[in-house]
Unconditional design. Structure first.
Length: 281
């Protein structure tokens, strides 16, 4: 289920950005009352995402457009597959075309990348997390694509978890100060948020274990030997997360160290879009 209000706001802003004072190409070349048909053609193998959003875009632009969904979010698709067809006013199909493609191509690229990493982790208990390394204004859609691809969403923003990172620790005057202040803040403000803290080495980890009162420990840029040692020290106490430059080539090795989660910024910050097109027929 998508966030309808958030999606409507997104579509409204995206359409306004594109149309300005009119789609002058369509107005100049096609009579306004012309009807037509188009189909969305997959041009690259992958995992499909953004179909539900595409339907919302078509319906926002013109409720009379008839959309037939042939492939759904999360489906594996191959070159030549038809994801959906749309029938109705030609001007409105053309107005929706680029927005639909931009969203579905990017979301499908993210879902495909995520699904691939999930497959690499098969047989371990480790789950892949996204990060806040998202495109401004598109975070909800990009994180939705991660879920469609089989990944797990980390916090949506700064508001739904306390994540004490290295800069917070340094500015707070140390790990103990940062943890104490975070716990006090939650009590003083009557908030119920999980606390995660990043550590850079085993020495910092030992300080965290001594301080206690957190939910998850992020082990940032640990080598495999130290990561295994850290997981052994934490075992049974807190959730563990590995982060820092983890790639498709190394993700299985990190998982084999026993961590609960692996965060991969590349799921959203440098993903390749999945190729597709919307063509009249």
């Amino acid at each position: 289920m998508i966030d309808e209000q958030g999606i409507n706001d997104f579509i409204k802003n995206a359409v306004a950005e594109d149309i300005g004072d009119g789609d002058h190409t369509s107005l100049a070349t096609i009579p306004t009352n012309t009807n037509g048909k188009a189909r969305l053609i997959i041009k690259e193998n992958g995992i499909l995402a953004g179909v539900e959003l595409a339907v919302a875009i078509f319906k926002y632009i013109d409720k009379k457009l008839v959309v037939e969904v042939l492939k759904h979010d999360g489906d594996a698709v191959s070159v030549g597959d038809i994801a959906l067809t749309v029938i109705g006013n030609t001007h409105n199909i053309l107005l929706a075309e680029r927005l639909v493609l931009n969203c579905m191509q990017r979301m499908s690229g993210i879902a495909t990348k995520t699904s691939h990493i999930v497959a690499l982790l098969k047989g371990t208990h480790t789950k892949v997390l996204d990060t806040r390394k998202t495109t401004p204004g598109l975070r909800y859609l990009e994180k939705l694509a991660v879920k469609i691809g089989g990944g797990v969403n980390h916090r949506m923003g700064l508001y739904d978890m306390i994540l004490i990172k290295d800069n917070h620790v340094d500015y707070a005057g140390g790990i103990e100060n940062a943890i104490y202040a975070a716990k006090k803040y939650l009590v003083d403000n009557k908030k119920q948020l999980e606390i995660e803290i990043e550590v850079r080495n085993l020495q910092e980890l030992k300080k965290v274990l001594k301080a206690g009162g957190i939910n998850r420990i992020m082990l940032d840029n640990f080598n495999f030997e130290d990561l295994k040692a850290a997981v052994a020290l934490i075992a049974g106490k807190y959730q563990t997360e590995a982060s820092g430059g983890i790639t498709e080539d190394t993700v299985r090795q990190y998982a084999n160290c026993g961590v609960d989660f692996i965060s991969v910024g590349a799921l959203t910050h440098s993903v390749k879009s999945l190729d597709m097109s919307l063509k009249a027929f």
